[in-house]
Design a protein around this ligand. Structure first.
Ligand SMILES: N[C@@H](CCC(=O)N[C@@H](CS)C(=O)NCC(=O)O)C(=O)O
Length: 205
């Protein structure tokens, strides 16, 4: 195992984009290993031996192996001293958005986009996911009309975490014209030094 950072992921995976973007925004070099999701490599013995969840992303760093995107972001914030929280109360706010993202934003927007763009889904399921996604995007908008970033005036891993699926809203057929604060926040994220799209980060380097 390399002592540096090795990210296992896939270019079409929003969850893989989260650690890749964090590494890019913090100027941290990393190796990228593509996991062939189409060929179901994530379920193969060799990968599954390292990752019982059988999903991407996975990050290895020295003796540490991390297999949840949120865990990876928390680790990288601690390692780099960037995009973390300012103190115990701020840490609670950051973690709230991270837990919420997996429950509502990834489920609603991420899965709507998956079933519309990658694999066809049952219309009843799509309708249910659209409700979850719209509710999640309304929640983001309600916060972002109040603060520039999710927990205040500075971006944190909460923003990186939520941005990676919020940016895919249109691909999930969500209307963003009525959510100007969220659109402005996405643009602010894309203006951060080091920002790059998935196609530039989740690729052999
Ligand atoms: N809770 C996990 C979710 C990971 C996840 O669902 N990854 C998807 C790609 S975005 C995956 O590996 N899908 C392949 C599969 O389900 O077999 C995380 O945050 O890392």
């Amino acid at each position: 195992m390399s002592d540096g950072y090795t990210l296992y992921g896939h270019v079409r995976s929003g969850n893989s984009y989260k650690p890749a973007l964090m590494l890019a925004l913090t100027g941290t070099p990393f190796e990228f290993v593509e996991v062939d999701l189409v060929g179901e490599e994530q379920k193969s013995g060799q990968y599954r031996d390292k990752n019982v969840f059988a999903k991407v992303p996975m990050l290895t760093h020295g003796r540490a192996t991390m297999r949840q995107s949120g865990t990876i972001l928390l680790y990288l914030a601690a390692q780099t001293g960037q995009f973390g929280s300012d103190g115990p109360l701020h840490r609670l706010q950051v973690s709230e958005w991270m837990f919420w993202e997996q429950e509502r934003l990834f489920n609603g927007v991420g899965r709507s986009r998956f079933f519309r763009k990658v694999a066809p889904g049952d219309p009843a399921v799509l309708e249910w996911l659209a409700g979850v996604g719209n509710d999640a995007l309304d929640t983001l908008e309600a916060q972002l009309v109040q603060t520039k970033y999710l927990t205040g005036d500075k971006p944190t891993i909460a923003d990186i975490n939520c941005y990676c699926y919020a940016r895919l809203a249109e691909e999930g057929s969500f209307e963003m014209g009525t959510r100007p604060a969220t659109v402005a926040w996405r643009e602010a994220m894309e203006a951060l030094p080091g920002w790059a799209p998935p196609a530039e980060l989740l690729t052999a380097r």
